[in-house]
Design a binder for this molecule. Structure first.
Ligand code: PAF
Length: 289
């Protein structure tokens, strides 16, 4: 397994693979890998084929964090990540640093000044709660696509809105890459796997399953009643969430899975997404009702 940290070296390698006719599969990550990431790596291997190349990028991207968020304390453990990826038979791990990705970003005038912005799907939910977040995501993912030159890139369904925005960016800007969205990996008690679960200490870990419980209860209610007012459901979800002493609902939304447009009458097949603070940790989840 090769570890590459420069953009130029990664691009040279990708071009060499392209000339040899090997498909390239990319899994972009921010590291601190868990079983969910590894399931994306397996999907990338399946898509690239035995003769293809699988690249995992590990980069905690500063432009997708607001100044008040957890960028500096975001969990990192490169040594452990590399060990896990070696077991999965990954070909190359791309590990750039901030200087490589954003040269002199804080200088005036900054040498980095081009961003990619999706203007529709990124307005609601995560985009409304975290205003500069998706601009950072689309910018870094566009850069990774230009550096790694993947034929296929795999993202997790846990970040449903992120995946929809990246698909839209790829379509709008004609990136020659196929986007695959792989199912959310869950702990046995339903909690969606996330690097941020590491923050959940003591009873907070148990309380965190309230996202999954609220989604399941909503699904049961919608299946029974068929057509439900979103306003009523939102009120119920808030009540369910806040039965846990340290849980606070940030948002819950019901929407069309293609357009992400909010829906006022919820029926089976509608998509639901929510963000909840459990203690200081902000968790997200989503699913089809
Ligand atoms: O989903 C993530 O881990 C990140 O948003 C991504 C896609 C790696 C971009 O930094």
């Amino acid at each position: 397994m090769q570890i590459v940290s420069s953009n130029a070296a990664m691009q040279r390698l990708a071009k060499k693979w392209q000339r040899a006719g090997a498909l390239i599969g990319l899994v972009p990550t921010m590291g601190f890998l868990h079983e969910g990431h590894l399931s994306l790596v397996r999907e990338a291997r399946k898509r690239a084929g035995k003769r293809g190349k699988v690249v995992v990028s590990i980069y905690v991207n500063p432009t997708q964090f607001a100044p008040t968020e957890d960028f500096s304390k975001y969990p990192r453990d490169l040594k452990r990540d590399l060990k896990l990826l070696r077991v999965e038979g990954v070909d190359t791990v791309f590990v750039p640093d901030d200087k490589e990705m954003y040269p002199d970003r804080r200088d005036v005038p900054a040498r980095f000044s081009t961003y990619v912005t999706e203007e529709k799907l990124s307005q609601t939910m995560e985009g409304a709660s975290r205003p500069a977040h998706f601009r950072g995501v689309t910018t870094v993912v566009a850069k990774l696509f230009n550096i790694v030159l993947p034929d296929v890139a795999v993202f997790g369904q846990k970040d449903f809105q992120q995946a929809a925005i990246i698909k839209r960016m790829v379509r709008d800007l004609n990136f020659p890459v196929r986007i695959i969205v792989a199912p959310t990996a869950r702990e046995p008690d339903g909690l969606a796997m996330s690097s941020r679960n590491k923050y959940l200490e003591g009873d907070l870990r148990r309380q965190a399953t309230v996202l999954w419980r609220a989604m399941r209860a909503t699904k049961v209610a919608v299946k029974k009643i068929k057509l439900f007012s979103a306003a009523v459901l939102k009120r119920d979800v808030k009540k369910w969430i806040e039965t846990e002493p340290d849980a606070r609902l940030d948002y819950v939304e019901f929407f069309d899975p293609e357009t992400l447009v909010p829906i006022t009458e919820v029926s089976p097949g509608t998509h639901m997404a929510l963000a909840v603070f459990v203690g200081k940790t902000r968790l997200i989840d989503n699913g089809r009702l």
